[in-house]
Design a protein around this ligand. Structure first.
Ligand code: MCN
Length: 788
């Protein structure tokens, strides 16, 4: 591509793919340094048990084992507990959480001891040889049971399993509900899920001769991990370098500070040798955080014709056994969007966090917003049924507005822009709505066993986390800014250091596109450095679909600084005033005399030699920008799912799935399509397949990929992806996020479609995941044939 053409908006092939696809990429587990010792964690087989004695002598007798420690043995190694960065209320019950438990195991997989050996095999044998005396305690995994009187206590010191209650209220909620002619009240159980990235976690902690440490970790948040390591271990922060090498997906599960990061660094310090740990898949299912797990009561107050005036949601949310980095705050990320893309004047949400003897929960793709979207998109269908309206009509009459500018939402947010009706129109056209309905009718009239259903989700998301001031007001401990440093090298090539940490999202490509356009370069002239706290020291990492809307803006702003400085050098060299120099596509020229021109590359060389710079100007052409937004971004869209349900077997097949999303200005359509497709498939999995199940003893029954049903490619259809573009008013590039849209939008579209398919049989409720057995039982029950 000629460099004068724009890259933004084109499907530039992903720069990162040749390395990833050819198998040359180095993940943490691939790394080797001399003198490695292997770490293995001894984990509790019980969900709740007092640890009365840990005897590591058996492990120490295993050939190759170098050391072994219980939680008590390491008690003095910690300067502080594992980081919990979001204490959502002043009076939250926040238990101290140590890398190894010192007193009792609170979930299956809780770390009890650690073994260090010369080989991974010896470490595993050593772990098997540790003797732990457990005193089993009564277990509670269910939130409602956990809040009942006399429930076993996960943390004895609080006298309750309640972690916190957090509320948000706007308008006269009680009055609106009391006066409403129509109130819809629904209960939705959002099942627990296991994030399941392709790459499980891994760490390698190395003590360096100079007395500092390097920690490689399969993490989404190297910058935050660095701070957490200092807080947890007391190692001065400048002595810790955290590197996230290639990371094979995370979906939020690597937005975390884990015990193994603290343990490996503490033991590298103690033993003076590099410590490596690689998680197995079954360990990943027990020891890497889970997602979702809520019980929601959702209410809508409406007119007789279905115009909504009030929203009220009460949410019970399972924390699991401990509070991880943002466990309590994760559900609150959905707190503002229980009204979806709809208007109204009263809004109330109340969250109650509950401890149970289960793996801790935390962010999982969408984090709070899929749960909220599920509630509102299911409830609006229930309202449509109650007032006898079509699900399309009820949505259209309730959309909050339509604007290129901002709009106020009942949840208290200022939406950046949106045209909800137009997006829905486009999706209806793509799905060929009239013919789907005609086919549905025909099958019903013929009495076919295989029936059709159509489901909608006209979702609204908030992402681009986040304005630091708002995060502060919500009691989140860190900021929401991000940073970019551009160094134009003397020969005109560019190194771009970014503070975000991609793990599949293609930042090297999209951020190069933005910068190449700004500086009139080829994308191949730019190398992107990320995921290393020494080489890209400023950053807040990747989560909450923030990287483009925050980090991408930092890139653009740093480029503007480069242009400003280069313009001054150009004016100086061309002997004209700054304002007489115009800039386009990498070239500065004198107004009216285009032959008198300098390129960015030439000016970078001048800035490097510094022979003839304007008085007082610092040499070199490199600039950093740190960007903190003033508002979130609000992607939205219309997703329509067409399902075929076999009423004899309960089998649900997706016939067609259309996703029309507005993610603002699109940097790379291919990457955006990929993000939407992957996200929708993850949401389909949530609706139809995946569920983490514990038995009454707190044993995880879905403890491996053989019984936790992640869909295969053959289980999902091709997704029809299209767009509607309304630039965001929150930033100068007009971009909104896309990393979570599909996962947020799709579960209610699928379940609404299943219910629509079976409504004529009397089915109006469907638990998720809608497995064939659940669907079949719902049909039997509706027929009056039991099926419970
Ligand atoms: N993009 C674009 N134009 C837009 C919006 C985004 O070209 N209008 C591009 C961005 O430049 C970036 C990608 O799309 O290359 C995603 O951008 P963004 O929405 O900013 O999301 P993040 O990069 O911050 O990624 C985080 C998000 C989250 S929160 C989860 S969870 C998630 C996801 O991204 N996990 C993923 N996508 C994933 N994709 C993969 N492959 N693996 C994961 O674990």
């Amino acid at each position: 591509m000629a460099v004068t053409e724009r890259y933004v908006g084109t499907a530039v092939p992903r720069k990162e793919d040749p390395e990833l696809l050819s198998g040359r990429a180095q993940y943490t587990a691939d790394l080797a340094v001399p003198g490695i010792l292997w770490m293995e964690v001894v984990r509790s087989p019980y969900a709740h048990a007092r640890v009365s004695r840990v005897d590591v002598s058996g492990a120490l007798a295993v050939p190759g084992v170098v050391a072994a420690f219980s939680g008590q043995d390491l008690a003095e190694d910690w300067a502080g507990p594992l980081l919990m960065a979001w204490p959502v209320t002043e009076d939250i019950n926040n238990p101290s959480h140590w890398p190894l438990t010192k007193d009792k195991a609170r979930h299956q997989g809780d770390g009890v001891a650690v073994v260090i050996a010369e080989s991974q095999e010896a470490a595993r044998d050593g772990a098997d040889a540790v003797t732990v005396d457990y005193e089993e305690l009564p277990v509670v995994t269910d939130m409602e049971n956990a809040l009942a009187d006399g429930a076993p206590l996960v943390h004895d010191e609080f006298g309750t399993n309640k972690c916190y209650t957090w509320t948000l209220s706007n308008g006269e909620v009680d009055r609106v509900f009391a006066e409403a002619p129509v109130v819809v009240k629904e209960r939705y159980v959002i099942q627990r899920q296991i994030p399941t990235p392709m790459e499980p976690r891994a760490v390698l902690a190395q003590p360096n001769p100079q007395g500092d440490f390097t920690l490689w970790s399969a993490t989404q948040i190297p910058h935050i991990v660095k701070v957490a390591m200092t807080l947890g271990l007391g190692i001065p922060e400048q002595k810790i370098r955290v590197i996230a090498p290639k990371v094979g997906g995370g979906f939020g599960s690597k937005l975390q500070v884990y015990a193994e990061e603290m343990l490996s660094l503490a033991l590298a310090k103690r033993l003076g040798r590099p410590i490596k740990w690689v998680e197995t898949r079954s360990e990943n299912y027990l020891a890497t955080h889970h997602g979702r797990d809520q019980i929601q009561e959702m209410e809508l107050a409406a007119d007789a014709d279905g115009k909504i005036h009030g929203y009220r949601a009460r949410i019970m949310t399972n924390m699991g056994a401990y509070l991880m980095i943002i466990t309590p705050g994760t559900p609150l990320l959905g707190a503002f969007v229980y009204c979806g893309a709809y208007g109204g004047e009263a809004y109330h949400v109340e969250f109650t966090g509950v401890f149970t003897n289960t793996t801790p929960t935390d962010a999982y793709r969408g984090a709070g917003r899929p749960e909220a979207t599920y509630a509102i998109e299911r409830a609006i269908d229930a309202l449509a049924r109650k007032v006898g309206k079509d699900p399309i009509e009820i949505r259209r009459m309730n959309f909050v507005g339509s604007s290129d500018g901002t709009m106020a939402s009942p949840g208290g947010l200022t939406i950046d822009s949106g045209h909800y009706d137009a997006t829905l129109d486009k999706a209806l056209e793509l799905v060929d709505y009239d013919s789907v309905r005609a086919e549905q009718k025909a099958r019903r009239e013929r009495g076919d066993a295989k029936v059709l259903g159509v489901g909608f989700s006209t979702y609204l998301e908030m992402c681009g986390l986040a304005p630091s001031r708002i995060l502060g007001s919500l009691r989140y401990a860190a900021g929401g800014w991000d940073a970019a440093t551009i160094r134009v090298l003397p020969t005109g090539k560019v190194t771009l250091s970014i503070g975000t940490t991609p793990h599949g999202q293609g930042h090297e490509t999209t951020f190069s596109q933005i910068l190449a356009d700004d500086l009139g370069l080829s994308v191949d002239d730019i190398d992107v450095v990320w995921g290393d706290t020494q080489l890209a020291p400023l950053g807040m990492d990747t989560y909450g679909s923030r990287s483009l809307a925050i980090g991408g803006i930092a890139v653009h702003r740093a480029a503007q600084k480069i242009i400003d400085k280069a313009r001054k050098i150009a004016a100086h060299e061309l002997e004209v005033a700054d304002e007489d120099v115009e800039y386009a596509s990498g070239t500065f020229s004198v107004k009216g005399a285009p032959d008198k021109a300098k390129t960015v590359g030439e000016l970078a060389f001048s800035a490097w030699t510094a022979h003839n710079l304007p008085d007082g100007m610092e040499p070199n052409l490199d600039e950093t920008a740190v960007y903190d937004s003033s508002n979130f971004v609000f992607p939205y869209g219309a997703h329509i799912c067409v399902v075929e349900v076999d009423t004899e077997t309960g089998q649900v097949g997706i016939q067609k799935y259309v996703a029309v999303d507005d993610v603002g200005t699109v940097i790379n359509p291919q990457i955006v399509d990929g993000q939407v497709t992957g996200g929708v498939i993850q949401g389909i999995a949530e609706a139809l397949f995946e569920e983490a199940i514990y038995d009454e003893n707190g044993q995880l029954l879905t403890s491996s990929l053989t019984n936790y049903e992640v869909p295969a490619a053959s289980d999902v259809p091709s997704i029809v992806v299209d767009r509607y573009v309304t630039p965001s008013t929150s930033n100068e590039l007009g971009v909104k996020g896309v990393g979570e849209t599909g996962t947020i939008a799709s579960p209610p579209a699928v379940i609404n479609a299943v219910i629509d398919a079976l409504e004529h049989l009397g089915v109006t409720e469907m638990a998720r995941p809608a497995t064939p057995e659940r669907v079949w039982r719902a049909i039997q029950q509706a027929k009056g044939g039991g099926g419970k």
